[in-house]
Structure formats: C-alpha cells, structure tokens
Design a protein around this ligand. Structure first.
Ligand SMILES: [Zn+2]
Length: 153
C-alpha cells in the first residue's frame, strides 16, 4: 500500500491510500482520477446544495428530522426526483401497451408524486438512500395493483 498526498479539484489536500503493485507506475492513473474529484466534505456539501435546489425548484415540502438528517435526505430526494420523472416518461410511453390505459398511468404517476411531495420524514429517504426512485416506482405499481385488484391478486 502506498500513501499519496493529492490536491482535489476543490483545492483541498487529501491523503489517499492505493493498494496493489506499482511496478509499472499503475498508481499514477488512480492518483490522477482522484485528483479530478472534490474531497468528501466538498462533495457532500455539493450534494446537499443540489438537494436543497431540487426542493426549491420543485417546491417540495420541507423535511423533518435533525439538521444533518434533513440535509442528507434532501440530497437523496434531489437525486430521486429526476429518476421518478424518467419513470413517469416511461409509463406515459407505455400507454396502450398490454392494456395499460391512461387512467392506470395516472394512478401510478399520482402515487409516485404523492411520495415525492408527501414523504416528509427524513428517515424514510435515508432508509431508501440506495433505492429511493425504485421504492417510489414500486409504491406506484402497488397503488395500481390495488385499483386493478381491489380484493388482492
Ligand atoms: Zn474540498
């Protein structure tokens, strides 16, 4: 293992460890790759700002939780919102396929948007930090299932 002191794009110095052989100077590529990134603190701060921007742009409701939880959850919601919009586009494109009607599409989309605007507990977003958009998609699917099969499948 070798230790390198690098300067990140944000201007901060960072120490990184690189494992593996360096007989052919393989470490140089990883050092350059790392130098093209911001440090963790700046990267996290940028994610939090992006989340806050999505909250403002989409006029999403404020989240509840600790200050730290809210910043983290807003970043997750900020990433999920555009992914949900891509799901919306896919669903709209699926209208007419296999009996998927505009009404079914509306149920699914409304349920997904309800999560984006209605889930205000930071905890929920943090619990879905890896799969928020997919979780929202599944909630939409479940809402449609409940309409199509009101007595269960
Ligand atoms: Zn930095």
């Amino acid at each position: 293992m070798a230790q390198y002191t690098i300067t990140r794009t944000c201007g901060h110095e960072d120490t990184i460890n690189i494992t593996g052989t360096n007989v052919r100077n393989q470490h140089r590529g990883e050092v350059r790759r790392q130098e093209r990134r911001a440090c963790l603190a700046c990267h996290t701060a940028a994610e939090h700002r992006a989340g806050a921007r999505v909250t403002a742009d989409l006029d999403l409701p404020p989240l509840t939780g600790s200050t730290k939880q809210i910043a983290w959850a807003e970043a997750i919601r900020g990433r999920a919102a555009p992914a949900v919009e891509r799901h919306v586009e896919e669903l709209v494109a699926s209208i007419g396929v296999n009996g998927f009607t505009p009404a079914f599409c509306d149920v699914w989309i409304d349920a997904m948007r309800e999560v984006l605007t209605g889930r205000t507990d930071a905890r929920w977003w943090i619990d879905h930090s890896d799969d928020a958009a997919e979780a929202i998609y599944r909630i939409g699917a479940a809402a449609l299932r409940a309409v199509v099969y009101p007595d269960g499948p």
